[in-house]
Design a protein around this ligand. Structure first.
Ligand SMILES: C[S@@+](CC[C@H](N)C(=O)[O-])C[C@H]1O[C@@H](n2cnc3c(N)ncnc32)[C@H](O)[C@@H]1O
Length: 377
């Protein structure tokens, strides 16, 4: 079966996330082609409700029911599409690299007129939006009680599951401890967890765990987690957040958080882990772009922390484990983990995405780069 995956804000990350998620689970997938917005993927039947919850970079997944581009075949498919509605139907179409949208709308209008169903074509509330947002699709119940069509080139698909931003907001707002300066975004945290090939029942370590965002997103994917942070308050906050998460979301997986320095963490953690995923300390909060001299100064403080951490990470990772790490760039000075030690190789994606992947955080002076690394033996 072929599916359209509508990709989130960072399409390269979203694509790589799909590759790593499917590879880690030995799922028989093929990313047939992709644009900046949509990936066409061949997959066996999966639990798609679970999949969309477990990945962070995909907005919706739609099942393709016509891909010929032949107008009479499209008309036939649309007329035979199963719709369990008797009186009123809300629907929307989002179209990427395709000129079929108007034709599809005409055919649907004609079908609904004949079937005496009142239809309402839903447009985004914001004029600048091209398509309905996930919140609008959820609020208008288009998936359960309506119809959301996605078109990519000649592929016409019906949305089956959608990313739920309300669940993320709720987790973000309701967790007991927040620290805006130290917190990784939930969506990025989820993507990083998947880039590390972590899956159910494996063990993931975050060595600069802060308030525990990466750990919480991993726990929700049924992964056991270990956290380390040098700051006692962060350790307490992570503990509180994860306790809250376990009781709220009912996960049976285990967590342990240790106070400690990641440059000597093998003294505390005695078992090997399947993955290390982390956004390390990136120096003092910057209000302005640093001069070359300031960048050099910050880098000179960070280098020993990063190098010490990488040496320890190599000791703690299983042979086939992965290290996913965000590294900062100050001006034109990139903290490249491959230059800091000679212990890791960079992961080579099967799709044509080049690592490291830059990742822009709004209102941040520092540029960030996401690395996926594999330990040299
Ligand atoms: C960017 S924050 C991590 C954010 C975290 N991913 C989250 O979402 O909450 C960096 C953390 O590294 C911790 N840290 C700094 N130096 C450290 C070291 N040498 N070992 C362990 N933790 C350290 C800081 O206390 C801070 O909590």
């Amino acid at each position: 079966m072929n599916y359209l995956f509508v990709l989130g804000r960072d399409p390269e990350l979203s694509l790589l996330e799909l590759e790593c998620y499917f590879e880690a689970r030995n799922i028989d997938y093929k990313i047939i082609e992709y644009s900046n917005e949509v990936a066409l993927v061949s997959l066996p039947k999966l639990d798609f409700s679970r999949l969309i919850k477990e990945i962070g970079g995909t907005i919706k997944i739609a099942e393709i029911f016509s891909d010929s581009g032949n107008l009479s075949e499209i008309e036939h498919s649309l007329n035979n599409m199963k719709i369990d509605i008797d009186k009123r139907l809300d629907y929307a179409i989002s179209s990427y690299n395709s000129s079929l949208q108007d034709f599809i709308r005409e055919i649907l209008k004609e079908r609904f007129r004949k079937e005496k169903i009142k239809v309402f074509y839903k447009k985004p509330a914001r004029k600048t939006d091209r398509f309905l947002t996930p919140s609008e699709i959820i609020n208008k119940k288009l998936i359960e009680n309506g119809l959301d069509i996605v078109v990519y080139k000649n592929n016409i698909a019906r949305t089956i599951v959608i990313f739920n931003p309300f669940e993320y907001q709720e987790r973000d707002l309701k967790r007991p401890k927040k620290d805006f300066l130290k917190t990784t975004s939930l969506r990025i945290a989820r993507i990083l967890v998947n880039l590390s090939y972590s899956k159910e029942d494996s063990t993931l370590l975050d060595s600069f765990c802060g308030t525990g965002t990466i750990l919480q997103e991993a726990l929700l994917n049924n992964i056991n987690v270990i956290g380390v942070d040098i700051d006692r308050k962060s350790v307490d906050h992570s503990n509180e957040n994860l306790k809250w998460l376990k009781s709220t979301y009912n996960t049976s997986k285990k967590f342990s958080i240790y106070p400690g320095d990641s440059t000597s963490m093998s003294q505390i953690i005695k078992t090997k882990v399947d993955a290390i995923v982390t956004e390390p300390y990136m120096g003092p909060f910057l209000k302005n772009i640093p001069s070359r001299q300031e960048s050099e100064f910050i880098a000179s403080k960070l280098r020993p922390i990063y190098t010490g951490f990488l040496i320890e990470a190599h000791k703690l990772l299983k042979k086939n484990g992965k290290l996913v790490i965000i590294m900062p760039k100050f001006g034109d000075l990139l903290m490249d983990p491959l230059r800091l030690t000679d212990l890791f190789n960079i992961y080579r994606p099967r799709i044509s995405v080049k690592l490291p992947i830059p990742y822009i955080l709004k209102n941040s002076i520092i540029e960030r780069y996401i690395y996926v690394l594999e330990p040299k033996q």
